[in-house]
Ligand binder design. Structure first.
Ligand code: DX5
Ligand code: ZN
Length: 221
């Protein structure tokens, strides 16, 4: 799956940005509060408007403090997947259950420096693991390949039937990095600058998808 991040789109033309990625599997919306990360983007009112403007399933990545208080609103609004950061959540088990009860998939994100081992059991409550491959806050940063070990660890647990979730990666995904992520077992690729920085965003999505699919085939052959 390819999930273009509108963080790299023109914020004055978000409806056009959604039209430009009609072939995407998910649209990734980065919510930043200038506290959990040093950047400020958009919140629930804008997400509600975006939901009305597209049929693409929405993937809300909440880089905010106190997601226990705010995340469920995004699920109630109709987001397909709502991801919170493990570094910010106070009661991640309850939060996942609340998100699911509100009709969304529950996502858990980990920053590049956060180990996955302490949270393996917690992942049983979640539908998505979002592995950050840059420090959250800004688009256009370089891919941190070290985080792929975390994707491999969780992919093995999925393949052996111990977990059932989508492994998603976010940050620095482009034509040069998507294949190594696919080989590590990633299912869903967030791409901001690689899609919206391209002359033809729809073509960029197709290119990334084809690269990921062939890398995955090589890997599993
Ligand atoms: C960064 C955001 C990402 C960002 C990715 O904090 O979570 O979703 O948009 O942008 P690129 O693909 O340019 O690294
Ligand atoms: Zn993101």
């Amino acid at each position: 799956m390819i999930a273009p991040s509108i963080l790299s789109a023109d914020f004055a033309r978000l409806a056009e940005a959604l039209d430009a990625i009609r072939g995407a599997d998910w649209v990734h919306v980065d919510v930043m509060d200038a506290h959990f990360v040093p950047n400020l983007t958009l919140g629930l009112p804008v997400v509600e408007s975006l939901l009305k403007a597209t049929d693409i399933p929405m993937d809300c990545h909440l880089m905010i403090e106190d997601p226990d208080r705010w995340a469920v609103g995004y699920a109630e609004a109709g987001a397909h997947n709502v991801t919170v950061h493990v570094e910010a959540a106070k009661d991640p088990v309850r939060l996942a259950r609340d998100l699911r009860a509100a009709g969304a998939k529950a996502g858990l994100s980990i920053k590049p420096g956060t180990p996955i081992e302490p949270y393996i059991e917690l992942l049983e409550e979640y539908d998505t693991l979002l592995v950050m491959s840059v420090e959250p806050g800004f688009g256009g940063q370089s891919f941190i390949a070290d985080v792929l070990d975390k994707a491999r660890t969780v992919r093995d647990l999925v393949d052996t039937g111990h977990l059932n979730l989508v492994v998603e990666i976010d940050g620095g995904i482009n034509a040069d990095t998507v294949e190594q992520a696919a080989e590590a077992g990633v299912d869903c690729f967030v791409a901001g600058s690689a899609v919206y920085g391209a002359d033809d965003p729809a073509r960029a999505i197709e290119g990334l998808r084809a690269q990921a699919a062939s890398a995955h085939e090589r890997f599993t052959a």
